[in-house]
Design a protein around this ligand. Sequence first.
Ligand code: SIN
Length: 490
Amino acid sequence: MTRQFELKELIRSDNFIDGQWCAAADGARFAVSDPATGTVITQVADSSPADARAATDAAARAAPAWRNLLPKERATILHKWNALIVANQDALGALISLEQGKPLAEGRGEVAYGASYVAWFADEATRIYGDIIPQQQRGKRMTAAKEPVGIVAAITPWNFPLAMIARKIAPALAAGCTVVAKPAEDTPLTASALVLLAHEAGVPAGVLNLITASRDHAVATVADWLEDSRVRKITFTGSTPVGKYLARESAGTLKKLSLELGGNAPFIVFDDADLDAAVTGLLASKFRNGGQTCVCPNRVYVQAGVYDKFADMLSRRVAELKVAPATDPDAQIGPMINIRALDKIARHVDDALAHGARVLAGGKRLPELGPNYYAPTVLADANHEMLLCGEETFGPVVPLFRFDDEPEAIEAANNTPFGLASYFYSQDLRRIDRVSRALEAGIVGINEGALSSEAAPFGGVKESGYGREGSKYGLDDYLSIKYLCQGNLA
Ligand code: SIN
C-alpha cells in the first residue's frame, strides 16, 4: 500500500545527503515564507560549499552501484516514486501553493504534471538503445553504446517547484546518473518533499542528494559543483544571465549542459483566426501560474482587422479572473512570488503607460489582498519602445501590439534574442505551414495555448538555451555515446 503523508510530515528543513537529513555544515538557516502573507513557514538549511562537496562525495560513492543496476530495476524504483507522488497529490499540491502561491487547483495540477515525467522516464529507462553500425570491414565490429553521463547537478526554479525538478531528476536517474540538486531559495520545501518520497520509493542513499541555499549563499555553494570535475553535467532552468554564467563558469571542466532559459513568447492572432479559440488559448497560456512561466506569451500581436474586437473580447474575460490567495477554492490568480517580482511588473506597466499604452483591464497592484498581488492586466497600443517588449514581464500582463500583414508579424515575433515558445492562431492551412516554419522558437503552438507534455520535447533556441526535457529526446541529455570498435574477429 502506497504511503500517504500529512502536509506537515512532508515539510523538511534540512539538506538530504547520503540518505540522511542533516543541517548545513555551519548550522546556518534561512526563512521560507508564504508569498500570500509573508508569514515564515520554516527555516531551512543555508548551505555552503562544504555541503555541496559532501553531496558530490555521496553522489560519487553511490554512482557505480546505481549505474550497474539493470534499467528495469531503476524503472521499478522510479515507478514506485511516481506512485508515491500521485498518492500524495493533495498534500504536495497544498505545499506547492503554500510556498509558491499558485491556486490549489494549479498546485494539484502541477503534481500530476511532474509525476507524468517520472512515469515517462521510468518507462524510457528500459529503452536506452545503442546501435550496431553496419559493418565497414571484415573482422571488425563497430557499436555505439549509451552510458550515463555521470554526476548531474540540477539547479531548479521557483515557478514550478515540483515539475521542474522532477523532469530533471527522473531522466538523470533513469539514465543511471546520480544527482546533486539545489532548488530555488523561494521554494525549497516541495523539492525536499519530493526527495523524501524518492527515498521512500527506494532510491538508495547517495543517489539523490539535495541541498538548499539562500540567495546570499547560492553562488558560492553552486561554484563548488561548477569547479568539481566529478560533476559531469549541469541542468538548469532559470534566467538567461544565470544560464550564461553557468556555461562560462563550468567551462573549466567542460561539463555537458542543459539550459532552459528565459523566453519572450510572441502570440500572433491573424485576421482569419477563430477569435473565441484565440482568447481561450491566450487566457490558458498567459495566466497559468499568474503569468510566471517561461512559455507564457509576453507579446501579443493582433492583426488590424480584428484588433478592436479581440481586445474587447479579451479584456472582458480578463476582468472576470478571480485574484485571491491559493486557499480560496475559486482563486484563478494567486500572489506573485515576491515583492521584487511585483515591482518589475509595476515598472513594466508604468513604462508602457508612459510610452502610450491604454489600460483595458487591471493595471494596478491589489494591496487590499497583500503586498504581492497584481491585477490581471490588458494594455492596448503596445509598441516596441516599451520595456515589456524586450524583457519578460513574468506576471499577469498582456500587451496588445497591432500589425498589418504576415511578414510584419513574423519579423516582430522573431525580433528578440530569445526563442523558447511562440503561438499563432489562423485557419488558413498555407499560412499555418509558412508561419510555423518561419518562427524562431523551440516550441510552436498552432491554434493551441497548452503546449507542455511529458511526451513532447521542451526547450528553446537562441538565448533561450539548449537541450530538451521530456519525450524520447529528454534522456539523451543524460547519456553519452561510447563507440566500441572490436577487431580481429573471424
Ligand atoms: C517553465 O516555465 O519553465 C516551464 C513551463 C512548463 O513546463 O510548461
